[in-house]
Design a protein around this ligand. Structure first.
Ligand code: NAD
Ligand code: FE2
Length: 434
């Protein structure tokens, strides 16, 4: 690829990137068309996945009504765990198998959409739980065939799970998050209705906004696809291909939208804020769905998995958790300071898109400028002050490092090789920022 030196081919690297574009509908009242969409996909008996809080809201009622208006049978499963685990994935799969459904609709955040993907998978192709889970934790056996149709309706805007072939969960025995990755678990259709966001609590909006931002920023600063070893065959090219010109486009625009709207969207939202956030989430999803995330997400799985007693406002209080967007963004400034020199211009461009004042700055300081910009926005939107703000101390550095060093897929997708010691150093730097 000659138009950007970042994509200059490295010996043994891939020369090809593939674009998997999700099928999407975007706009207010798009939820009212679900019945029609489900019918077109051949559904007659539909499992509607949600969690207990969203299940009480009008969003699920609208979807069920729309399905019924088309003569479809709809059964609601509202037992999805927020921040799901292997145990809650298995419960969803049992429900899916017992109910003899021919289609799935998920209405909720990433927790709900991911649980629905996994439930569809294990009910179609029962297997030992770790069979489809990412290596080295699981066996990463390819999904054997097509799943039943799934329409995903996000009620948050951060995860873009409606766009991706990824399902994330907490593997309880390992106290760490991991996932299942396959193009076959990508929903057949994502339906994004921004009006659903008005009921999100402010800190959930902030956490989602930073999840979007980090998806986009990690994709732009990921290892170029031309440096990833060429696959043995086209079928073995991974979903996380590394930075590429297509994902760059979507991600820069997503960062701009988040930079422009996040503070207002958290502190004093107007209708336009929700449209912008949801569109940004979708764009970043298209970007990271093809490029892949790297260190902030790889580190986040340990931060979420080893949680102590942190229980933030806006999430269910029945158990401690470091919600996804928070577990990611507390690492990001430390990571971008470290990765800055590997592709300074990309960090600098991301900071510019986010609205940083670049007067009298140097491109080679891109990593630090980006980190400072993120920190300013974290403070404006009530995000905790690094790892110490979510309950960790220096005594936890080894445990955090070991858990995340196992996230090989994500660590390898960073712009530079990272040793265990360097990873530990980043966790140390992320402990407290201000
Ligand atoms: N599959 C992927 O590609 C991917 C990417 C990033 C994150 N994830 C995963 O997604 C999960 C996090 O998802 P999330 O951030 O979307 O949040 P979530 O689904 O965990 O929901 C967070 C809270 O917000 C509530 N909620 C959801 N929509 C609401 C609404 N419209 N109004 C009021 N409350 C609402 C939920 O009931 C819950 O209490 C994590 O498990 C994370 O690991 C998946
Ligand atoms: Fe994420």
């Amino acid at each position: 690829m000659s138009f950007s030196s970042y994509f200059t081919h490295k010996s043994g690297g891939d020369r090809i990137f593939a674009v998997e574009a999700p099928k999407i509908k975007f706009g207010r009242d798009s939820l009212l068309e679900i019945g029609d969409d489900a019918k077109v996909l051949g559904m007659t008996r539909v499992a509607v996945f949600t969690d207990q809080r969203v299940g009480q809201m009008e969003h699920v009622a609208k979807v069920v009504e729309s399905l019924k208006s088309q003569g479809l049978d709809a059964v609601v499963y509202d037992q999805v765990a927020v921040e799901p685990t292997d145990v809650s994935f298995k419960s969803g799969a049992e429900f899916a198998q017992d109910g003899k459904f021919d289609g799935f609709v998920s209405v909720g955040g990433g927790s709900v959409m991911d649980t629905c993907k996994a439930s569809n998978l294990y009910s179609c192709y029962p297997a030992d739980f770790l069979d489809y889970v990412n290596a080295p934790i699981g066996k990463a056996i390819p999904v054997p065939g097509e799943l039943k149709p799934h329409i995903a309706c996000p009620t948050t805007f951060g995860t873009a799970s409606e766009c991706t072939g990824i399902a994330i969960f907490d593997l309880l025995e390992m106290e760490s998050k991991t996932g299942i990755v396959s193009p076959r678990i990508r929903p057949n259709l994502g339906v994004l209705d921004p009006s659903v966001l008005s009921s999100l609590p402010p800190l959930v909006r902030a956490a989602n906004g930073f999840d979007v931002f980090s998806h986009a920023c990690e994709s732009i600063t990921a290892r170029p696809y031309t440096h990833r070893p060429a696959p043995e065959s086209s079928q073995k090219r991974p979903l996380s291909q590394g930075a590429n010109p297509y994902s760059d486009l979507a991600c820069l625009e997503a960062i701009k939208l988040i930079g422009t709207h996040i503070e207002q969207a958290v502190n004093d939202p107007v209708e336009e804020s929700y449209d912008a956030l949801m569109f940004a989430g979708m764009l970043a999803g298209i970007g990271f769905g093809n490029a892949g995330c790297h260190l902030p997400h790889g580190m986040s799985y340990a931060v979420a998995g080893l949680v102590k007693d942190y229980a933030p406002e806006g999430w269910p209080t029945d158990h401690s958790m470091v919600p996804h967007g928070i577990s990611v963004i507390v690492n990001s400034p430390a990571v971008f300071r470290k990765t800055g020199p590997a592709c300074a211009e990309r960090h600098w461009k991301a900071a510019a898109a986010m609205g940083a004042d670049l007067t009298d700055t140097k491109v080679e300081d891109g990593g630090d400028i980006l980190a400072d910009q993120i920190l300013g926005m974290m403070r404006e939107t009530g995000i905790p002050n690094g790892l110490s703000g979510v309950g960790y101390s220096m005594d936890d550095l080894d445990a955090l490092t070991d858990r995340s060093y196992a996230q090989k897929r994500l660590i390898d997708n960073g712009p530079m090789p990272i040793s265990r010691d360097e990873l530990k150093e980043m966790f140390r730097d992320a402990m407290s920022y201000w």
